[in-house]
Each structure stands twice: as C-alpha cells, then as structure tokens.
Ligand binder design. Structure first.
Ligand SMILES: *[C@@H]1O[C@H](CO)[C@@H](O)[C@H](O)[C@H]1NC(C)=O
Length: 224
C-alpha cells in the first residue's frame, strides 16, 4: 500500500557515455602538430615581449642620460658703492658677478643673446646686454659679470633716497634677472628653444657690498 507522504524520486536518465574514439595515427600526428604550433607561437610571443622590454629599458636609460638639466646659476658679487653719499645717484654703479654652469654630461647649451636686468622693489632700475650668442660645452662654467652705470642704470634722486632709507635699516634688496633664450644640444640634435630666466635675490649691506647671506647663493631658474 503506497504511503501518501512518499516523495517520488526521479532518477535522471543515464547520460550517454561518450563514444570511445578510435584514435588513428593521423589523429596523433595532428595532435603533435597542434601542440608544436602553440609552443612555437608562445615562444615567438615571449621573444617579442622580451625585445619590447629591452627596447623599453634602453629607451628609458637613454632618456635619463639625455634628459637636459637646466643650467645652474650662482651669484658671487653684487655691489652698489657710494651709498654714503647723498648725491651718489649721479654716478651710481652696480657691478655683479654671476656664474652659469652647464652640469650636463653630454648636452651642450646654445645661448642666444643674454640680458641682465636689475630690479628694486619690482621696478627695473637697470638693464644691460651681457653676452652675444654663445655655445656652452658640457661640464663648463661661464662667468657673467657686468657693470651698470650711466645709460644702463636709471636711478633717480628719489630712488636713491629710497636706497638710503633702506640702508638705514641695514640692507637693501635687489633682484637680478638674467634672461636668455636657450637651446639644448646633443651632438647635432637640437632641442626646442626655451626662454630662460635666472633670478637672483640679493641683499647689500650699508657699505653697498653683497651680504654674506646672499653670497654664492644659487639663483632659481625657470622657463617660460
Ligand atoms: C667671478 O666669480 C668667479 C667665481 O667666484 C671667479 O672665478 C671670477 O674670477 C669672478 N670674476 C670677476 C671679474 O670678479
């Protein structure tokens, strides 16, 4: 007698077993050829990727060694003598000495003409032509020195009074801006031109000579 709560169990129909294939010699030859083909294509892939990797590393090293470093500027001297005279502006002079070092190992720098501008409180008080176009070899230093006076220096009696006023407070601040268009050069390969500024903030003491805190200081360089 069947019980009412008996769960009917369905037995799934048996799956047909895959037919045992009859492997022929041709089948095995095909299999071998196939695996050989995948192995060859894998090897080609690996070789190709390795070549890409090596090329990438070479390019990276080249880029590192050819990447131009900006020249380094340092200010060594800056003076404006005669600050103890009330009428000193009549024959005022500013003298400075800055060095520009090309620290690159293999990269030369082509400088187009170079100008020096002196600012006092963001007002230009003088400007002078420093250099005609020149080429700076790798690992060399160029001295840039000049004296501004007369036509290249525009110091009025009022400005001189401001200098004297600052002098009374212990120091006078100037900014020397050296401007040039530069082009880096690796053997015969030229990079783009850039307009370069080196800005030296410098303080002179009551005697008109550069203060020790400003001497031999590095001048930041930026490109526009
Ligand atoms: C400018 O400074 C450099 C480095 O200190 C020095 O070798 C050079 O003789 C100086 N030039 C002048 C004219 O003072």
């Amino acid at each position: 007698m069947p019980t009412p709560n008996r769960i009917p169990i369905q037995i799934p129909p048996e799956k047909p077993q895959p037919l045992q294939r009859h492997h022929t010699a041709r089948y095995y030859a095909h299999r071998v050829r196939e695996s050989l083909a995948t192995r060859v294509s894998k090897t080609i892939c690996i070789v190709f990727l390795s070549i890409l990797l090596v090329l990438g590393i070479v390019a990276f090293i080249l880029w590192l060694s050819l990447r131009p470093h900006r020249p380094r500027f340092h200010i060594h001297e800056f003076s404006i003598p005669g600050l103890d005279q009330a009428t000193g502006f009549e024959n005022a002079q500013i003298t400075f000495n800055v060095t520009a070092r090309n620290s690159n190992q293999n990269i030369g720098i082509n400088y187009y003409s170079m100008e020096g501008m002196v600012y006092y409180r963001d007002q230009q008080v003088g400007s002078i032509h420093l250099k005609d176009p020149f080429y700076q070899k790798p690992k060399t230093t160029t001295v840039l020195d000049a004296t501004l006076s007369g036509a290249t220096l525009t110091v009025s009696s009022r400005r001189w009074e401001e200098f004297l006023n600052d002098r009374g407070k212990g120091k006078i601040g100037f900014r020397l801006d050296i401007k040039s268009v530069v082009r880096f050069k690796v053997s015969t390969w030229d990079f783009h031109r850039h307009t370069m500024h080196a800005t030296c903030d410098v303080y002179v003491g009551p005697n008109g000579y550069i203060l020790p805190t400003s001497k031999d200081k590095r001048c930041p360089v930026y490109f526009t």
